[in-house]
Design a protein around this ligand. Structure first.
Ligand code: S3P
Length: 440
C-alpha cells in the first residue's frame, strides 16, 4: 500500500538503536546457504522487501526455508536440488536478487525467467548477462533490462574485466565460476563490497584475491551450520546522521549521550560513510564488538559542526548506498561538499543523483548535479515542503532525516518505499526524535 508521511522538525535525536540485519549479507546468507548441502540457521536476517524477494525466489526454485522463532533455517540442496520454477521468478524491487540469480541459474539444466517491479524493469542487466554468455550460458534480456530469460548449461571459466565496480556483477560471475570448468577471474576498476568473498572463505572455497581481482575454480560450498547477520550499516547511517545533525538534549548542560547504533557491520569495503563523515569533521566513535566472518561495532554519533569536504571516488565506492544521506549532511556543513565517482547512482532504484538534487533543492538547499556526483554548498536552512521518494527506500529515509532540521513539516510521498530495506524505520524515527511521523 502506498502512503505519505509528514515529518516535523525535531529539536533532538538520541537513543540506542538496533537496525535490521544487513541487506547485502542477508541476501548472501540465504543464497549461499541454499547452494550448500545441509542446514544453516541464520539469526538476525533482514526482513525488508528485498530480502523477502530473495527468499520467495529460492522457495519457488524448491529450496526449503523455514522460520524457527526469530531464526530462519535454510535447507541447502546445492545447485542439483534446484527445480525448474512453474512461473517467472518475481524479484520485486531487488537488483541484488535478480542479478545474482542470473549467475546461479546460468549453470542449471532448466530455463527460467526473472522479472521485477517497474523500477527494477528499467535497470541494466547486460553487465551481468554479457560475462555469463561468454561463460557459455544462454541469456536473453529485454533491450538490456528485465525480464531476463536464462537457459542454463555447462559453463567454462573466463577472465572478466568488469567495466563497473559492482558486487552484484562480481557475485553473479563468481557463483557461475564455482560451476564452470577451468578458472574464473573477475577484476574490478575499484574493489566493491566483499561479502561474497568472505562467505566463500568461511564456506571452504579456495580463492585468490589480488588487488581488485578475485579468482575461483569450480567447487562446493560447505554449509556454515550457524550464521548471524550483523546490523545494516546503510540503515545505521540514517540514525548516525540524525545524531550528527541534532543535539541529544535541547539544553546542552543536560549532557550529550548522542545516538548509538548497536552491533553494526563495519566491513572496510562498506565503511565509506564513516570516512566521509570524518572528512567532514563529524565525530562517530567506533566501539568494536566482534570479528568473525563480518566485523561489527557499536557506532556512536556526536552532535557537532560539519564542514564541506571533497568526497573522492575511492571513498564514495565504499559509501555508494549512503550518498543520499551524505548529501543531506552536506546541506548543513559549512562550505562546499563535492561528491564524485557516483555515476552508478543514476541506475539504482531511481536516478539518485537527479532525485536527491530535486529533493534537497525543493527543501531550500543549494545543490548542483554533476555527471557523476553532486556539489552542495552549505549550510543552508531547510524549509518544509512536499517531496516524492520516487519509490526509492533510501530517498524516502534521507528525506525524513532532512526534515528533522527543516523549519516546517516535510511530507514525503510514497514513504512506504522504506520497507524495501527497513520496515521499522518510521517507528524508530519516532523513538529517536520523538517525532509523531503522521500518516496522511
Ligand atoms: C549490493 C551491491 C551494490 C549496492 C546494492 C547492494 C550487493 O550494488 O548498491 O544496494 O548486495 O551486492 P552494485 O553491485 O550494483 O554496485
Amino acid at each position: 500500500m502506498t502512503y505519505s508521511k509528514t515529518i516535523s522538525p525535531a529539536p533532538t535525536a538520541r537513543g540506542r538503536v538496533t537496525v535490521p540485519g544487513d541487506k547485502s549479507v542477508s541476501h548472501r546468507a540465504l543464497l549461499l546457504s541454499a547452494l550448500a548441502h545441509g542446514e544453516t540457521r541464520v539469526s538476525g536476517l533482514g526482513m525488508g522487501g528485498d530480502v523477502r524477494s530473495t527468499r520467495r525466489v529460492l522457495t519457488a526454485l524448491g529450496v526449503e526455508i523455514r522460520d524457527e522463532g526469530e531464526d530462519v533455517v535454510v535447507v541447502g540442496c546445492g545447485w542439483e536440488g534446484l527445480r525448474a520454477p512453474a512461473e517467472p521468478l518475481d524479484c520485486g524491487n531487488s537488483g541484488t536478487t535478480l542479478r545474482v540469480m542470473m549467475g546461479i541459474l546460468a549453470s542449471t539444466s532448466f530455463e527460467s525467467t526473472l522479472t521485477g517491479d517497474a523500477s527494477l524493469s528499467s535497470r541494466p542487466m547486460e553487465r551481468v548477462a554479457a560475462p555469463l554468455r561468454r561463460m557459455g550460458a544462454t541469456i536473453e534480456t529485454t533491450a538490456g533490462k528485465p525480464p531476463v530469460r536464462v537457459l542454463g548449461g555447462p559453463l567454462h571459466g573466463i577472465d572478466f574485466e568488469s567495466p563497473v565496480a559492482s558486487a552484484q556483477v562480481k557475485t553473479a560471475v563468481l557463483l557461475a565460476g564455482l560451476r564452470a570448468s577451468g578458472t574464473t577471474r573477475v577484476t574490478e576498476p575499484e574493489r566493491s563490497r566483499d561479502h561474497t568473498e568472505r562467505f566463500f572463505a568461511a564456506m571452504g572455497v579456495p580463492m585468490t584475491i589480488s588487488g581488485n581481482a578475485v579468482t575461483v575454480d569450480a567447487g562446493p560450498l560447505r554449509a556454515l551450520a550457524r550464521f548471524t547477520v550483523p546490523g545494516d550499516l546503510s540503515s545505521a547511517a540514517f540514525w548516525l546522521a540524525a545524531g550528527l545533525l541534532r543535539p541529544s538534549h535541547v539544553a546542552r548542560d543536560g549532557g550529550d549521550d548522542g545516538v548509538v547504533v548497536l552491533n553494526a557491520l563495519v566491513n572496510p569495503t562498506r565503511t565509506g560513510f564513516l570516512e566521509a563523515v570524518a572528512l567532514m569533521g563529524g565525530e562517530i566513535r567506533v566501539h568494536p564488538v566482534s570479528g568473525g566472518v563480518e566485523p561489527t561495532a557499536d557506532l556512536e554519533a556526536r552532535y557537532g559542526p560539519l564542514r564541506g569536504a571533497d568526497l573522492p571516488p575511492d571513498v564514495v565506492v565504499r559509501a555508494i548506498d549512503e550518498v543520499p544521506i551524505l548529501a543531506v549532511l552536506a546541506t548543513q556543513a559549512v562550505g562546499r561538499t563535492r561528491i564524485t565517482g557516483a555515476a552508478e547512482l543514476r541506475v539504482k532504484e531511481c536516478d539518485r543523483l537527479a532525485v536527491m538534487a530535486e529533493t534537497l533543492t525543493a527543501l531550500g538547499a543549494t545543490v548542483r548535479e554533476l555527471p557523476d556526483g553532486l556539489e552542495i554548498d552549505g549550510p543552508t536552512p531547510l524549509r518544509g515542503g512536499r517531496v516524492d521518494s520516487h519509490h526509492d527506500h533510501r530517498i524516502a529515509m534521507s528525506a525524513a532525516i532532512a526534515a528533522l532540521c527543516a523549519s516546517g513539516p516535510v511530507t514525503i510521498d510514497r514513504a512506504d518505499a522504506a520497507a524495501v530495506s527497513y520496515p521499522e524505520f518510521w517507528e524508530t524515527l519516532d523513538s529517536v526524535c520523538g517525532n509523531p511521523g503522521l500518516s496522511v
